[in-house]
Design a protein around this ligand. Structure first.
Ligand SMILES: *Cc1c(COP(=O)(O)O)cnc(C)c1O
Length: 423
């Protein structure tokens, strides 16, 4: 990875596992404390009137506006946020990062920063429910047209979507979610970035390419290295990893992240000091948790695939050899992750009977925590999605989604095994 290094060069060439533990923090900044303190102050004192003017000049007119300026007010920036952003950037192999109050705050800031009335936006399908709601609700209300790409591995499909979009107006943004939920559909980020370059020649300005990297997370997929401009992550999921906070981030070049941070200041959707500190703590064990959850998921997917009451398992590790999805997966992803869907032989009644018998798995939406979660997609995460669209994205009354945690794999398999006896 193209890790940047601290000014004294101490971090040069270190692995993500090491950077996740200590990158960017110097105990000399805080009484020698081995761990960073939480700085809750909402405002920061100026040493003199002249210094106050200098601070504001640095924030608004500096070479990297606002990023390297002294602190002014916590909605603009604060010490825990700054440290977290440095660590998120280094893990994504990015120059810079902006952290937000939630994944949706990061996504909505990206949309508002890059889309103007009269423009259109291309997006992969299906989209995360919140993102779909934002694009087809408030953004459509602002005169922006969202157009779905039917197959994000296929150049012709991309061209067809672009023609529809261009009939409305210039394409300001191409928003990619890969792998998609719950289809595990893969988008070829490299191909989409190259297509954005071509569109740039055709419509004067090149669309920005944003990738929602939540489903695999920064340890398994690096969209920026594939040519994306912005990498968006819901930190609520794998990075936070304990289902006890909400957060989001956008990483990319200094030039792209600066304006997003300025917009965040106006929207008031920054991440608060305590959540930033919790995330710094979570990131330390991120590589460990990820490795364990991924291994557990592989074991559970294999168990389910061989179970007589299971119809299909949509796990990335089972992609067909020789398929276009598998070729892009091998190039683009470092692993299959730990969230996947499966369908049982039965309908809602059988699914509910099984769910109500589970003892270790907790029934809840969300993913990426230390605990294993399961939910019935059609009646929860996809409740608002019309049945015919549900069918298109592979969700019916037999579909269950699981997020595998870090418990002992034998306990998880045994729990599913006894629950599948419910029907
Ligand atoms: C959860 C999620 C989001 C939204 O993140 P929040 O932190 O809940 O706002 C966005 N995209 C994907 C793929 C998600 O799973």
């Amino acid at each position: 990875m193209s890790a940047k290094t601290s000014p004294d060069g101490r971090d040069a060439g270190l692995h993500p596992d090491t950077l996740a533990v200590g990158y960017g923090y110097d105990p000399r900044e805080a009484y020698g404390a081995v761990k960073p303190p939480i700085v809750l102050s909402s405002t920061f004192a100026y040493p003199s009137a002249a210094a106050a003017k200098d601070v504001h000049r640095a924030y608004f007119d500096g070479p990297a506006p606002e990023r390297d300026a002294p602190f002014i007010y916590a909605r603009l920036d604060h010490p825990n946020l700054k440290l977290l952003q440095e660590r998120l950037a280094v893990l994504d192999g990015a120059e810079d990062a902006a952290a937000f109050a939630s994944g949706m705050a990061a996504i909505s800031a990206t949309m508002l920063a890059h889309l103007k009335p009269g423009q259109s936006v291309l997006h992969t399908t299906p989209l995360y429910g919140g993102t779909h709601g934002l694009l087809h609700g408030p953004m459509t209300g602002l005169g922006i047209k969202p157009v779905g790409i039917a197959d994000a591995l296929d150049r012709m499909s991309l061209e067809a979507a672009a023609e529809t979009a261009l009939a409305h107006g210039p394409i300001g943004l191409i928003h990619v979610e890969s792998p998609a939920n719950p289809t595990a559909g893969i988008a070829d980020i490299q191909m989409i970035a190259a297509f954005a370059d071509e569109l740039g020649g055709r419509q004067q300005t090149r669309p920005v390419v944003s990738v929602d990297n939540t489903f695999l997370g920064s340890l398994l997929q690096k969209p920026l290295e594939c040519g994306a401009d912005l990498c968006i992550t819901s930190l609520t999921k794998y990075a936070g990893g304990h289902s006890d906070l909400l957060g989001g981030s956008v990483t990319g070049s200094l030039q792209r992240i600066g304006p997003l941070r300025m917009l965040r200041t106006l929207l008031g959707t920054h991440m608060d000091p305590f959540t930033s500190w919790l995330l710094l703590r979570s990131l330390e064990t991120f590589p460990l948790r990820n490795a364990r959850a991924n291994a557990n998921a592989r074991a559970i997917a294999a168990f389910l695939r061989d179970h007589q009451k299971v119809e299909t398992v949509t796990y990335l590790g089972f992609l067909d050899e020789g398929s276009p999805a598998k070729a892009v997966y091998d190039r683009q992803c470092g692993g299959a992750g730990s969230t996947f869907s499966f369908r049982i032989k039965g309908g809602e009644r059988e699914a509910f009977a099984m769910l109500d018998r589970l003892k270790v798995f907790r029934m809840a939406v969300s993913l990426g925590g230390t605990e294993s979660l399961i939910c019935h997609s059609a009646s929860t995460t996809h409740y608002l999605v019309p049945p015919e669209i549900r069918k298109m994205v592979g969700v019916d009354d037999s579909s269950l989604r699981i997020s595998v945690g870090i418990e002992h794999p034998d306990d998880l398999v045994a729990d599913l095994d006894q629950a599948l006896k419910a029907f």
